[in-house]
Design a protein around this ligand. Structure first.
Ligand code: ADP
Ligand code: ASP
Ligand code: MG
Length: 453
């Protein structure tokens, strides 16, 4: 274990000069040993860059106009927080990025088949620019900080736009790049989300992937702690945009946090917990707007609440796919053939239920779905139900407390529940409802399970 901590700052923690100033103060206070800093693109930047990665020239022109104000925001931060020479250097970097982005977008127009790879190249500029700017701001505040290209540290397969990390290589490269800097007292500043395939091609870890970058680098360095700094005070009992009374959960086990992340708690990328869990590194989720608040600490220890349920996550944009086939009856090999289809299209299945002759699965809506359905038709009759939502009730106490399912379904007894799953991790109860009812379901369950005195 090194004594290094990894500190990850999300897009809303670096949205303007005041936010960069707050981040500098947080990094400065951590400085008994230099941390590794991982930073997202400034808020709004990734969406704006994605809009650029399209074949239609008219859409691209519109997208370039949309990026202008975001580039200006970087300039404004530099003007406010850097010396004149520092601001000029940032301005030059932005100019270079603008030229490179125009060239990449033009290549998409010429060769639309290269879109997925070029989209990753384009979107990586968001993290490149924020990390370059943050390292300059930290240096201007007297901290020894240096920008490090995350592509030199995190190695993945070559699946665009949601690549899978190759951990042994990531570990070796991260250590080679980062440990010498830490040994000299230098703070490495990396963009999150961005990585590289073995070929050197730019890849990304899926939307929200900077959290995952932080735990990958933390695991690679055997860090003592990984901190995820965001715009809320830790993991809350529900999405605060849906439930006003949602409150901070002081402690979660890795398994609880992983379930919440996987089933829609946007505060953590779905795969964030895995490297931390494997290497036993504590993860702290903190609020960069209120750094004195305690936030949430995630460790291996299960802390069972007397009320049993700790949080409710939900994820909209779910489609249920049902495959019915008499071939399934008593036959083996059917399930493998079914899951092969989803595998080939890199599509994760969230909830699975089976009957004697049918299987129902929930998947996130995505471009691959029409093709998946087409291939599934070779296996049986396929029904598709779009516009659904997954709701997931989580708590270590679910492992051994009877009656939770009854309380949950009694609370929403007037609502049609489509798929139900309990028992896989034993800390969650997961089910699917109509998307339009999801907010109501979560609010009612929160009131019934988490707001009693
Ligand atoms: P960042 O830019 O720091 O990565 P995100 O927007 O990705 O931040 O994640 C933080 C947001 O996640 C919060 O502002 C909140 O709206 C949302 N969120 C959804 N569910 C939860 C939850 N259970 N706890 C905390 N935040 C949640
Ligand atoms: N900038 C990326 C996104 O918006 C990654 C991240 O913020 O974690 O998805
Ligand atoms: Mg995020």
């Amino acid at each position: 274990m090194t004594s290094a901590t990894v500190m990850k700052f999300g897009g809303t923690s670096v949205e303007d000069a005041a936010a960069f100033e707050r981040v500098s103060n947080i990094v400065r206070l951590s400085e008994h040993a230099p941390p590794v800093v991982v930073v997202s693109a400034i808020s709004g930047m990734t969406d704006a860059l994605l809009a650029l990665a399209v074949p239609d020239p008219h859409d691209r022109i519109r997208a370039f106009a949309g990026i202008g104000p975001l580039f200006e925001r970087h300039r404004e931060v530099a003007r406010q927080l850097l010396s004149r020479a520092g601001a000029t250097a940032v301005d030059r970097e932005l100019g270079r990025a603008q030229g490179a982005l125009a060239a990449l977008a033009a290549r998409i127009a010429r060769d639309p088949a290269s879109l997925p790879a070029l989209q990753d190249e384009i979107v990586a500029y968001g993290e490149h620019l924020s990390a370059t700017l943050l390292s300059a701001v930290l240096a201007a505040r007297g901290l020894a900080a240096r920008y490090v290209d995350a592509r030199r540290c995190i190695v993945t397969d070559d699946f665009h736009p949601c690549a899978a990390p190759l951990f042994p290589d990531t570990r070796a490269r991260s250590r080679t790049e980062l440990l010498p800097l830490l040994d000299c007292g230098v703070i490495p500043v990396l963009g999150g989300f961005v990585a590289a395939a073995e070929s050197g091609a730019t890849t990304t870890l899926g939307r929200g992937g900077s959290d995952y970058s932080a735990t990958l680098v933390g695991a690679a360095l055997d860090a003592s702690e990984i901190q995820i700094w965001t715009d809320v005070s830790g993991v809350l009992t529900a999405d605060p945009r849906t439930v006003q009374g949602a409150r901070t959960i002081p402690r979660l086990s890795y398994v609880e946090a992983a379930e919440l992340a996987y089933f829609g708690a946007k505060v953590l990328h779905p795969r964030t917990m895995q490297p931390a869990m494997t290497h036993g590194i504590p993860v702290r989720i903190c609020n960069s707007h209120a750094p004195d608040e305690a936030g949430t600490l995630v460790t291996a220890e299960a802390d069972v609440w007397p009320e049993t349920v700790k949080a409710i996550a939900h994820k909209r944009g779910i489609t249920i796919v049902q495959v019915a086939s008499a071939r399934m009856l008593g036959a083996y090999g059917f399930m493998r053939a079914l899951f092969d289809v989803f595998d080939r299209h890199h599509t994760a299945v969230d909830v699975v239920t089976t009957s004697e002759v049918s299987v129902s699965l929930s998947v996130e809506e995505g471009q691959a779905l029409p093709q998946i359905v087409e291939e599934l038709r070779r296996l049986g009759d396929v029904q598709v139900e779009p516009r659904r939502a997954i709701v997931c009730v989580v708590g270590e106490g679910l492992r051994r407390t009877p009656g939770i399912a009854a309380r949950v379904f009694e609370t929403i007894r007037d609502i049609n529940v489509l798929l139900i799953s309990q028992g896989a991790s034993r800390v969650n109860l997961t089910f699917v409802v109509d998307e339009a009812r999801a907010g109501d379901v979560v609010a009612r369950l929160h009131a019934a399970l988490l707001e009693r005195d």
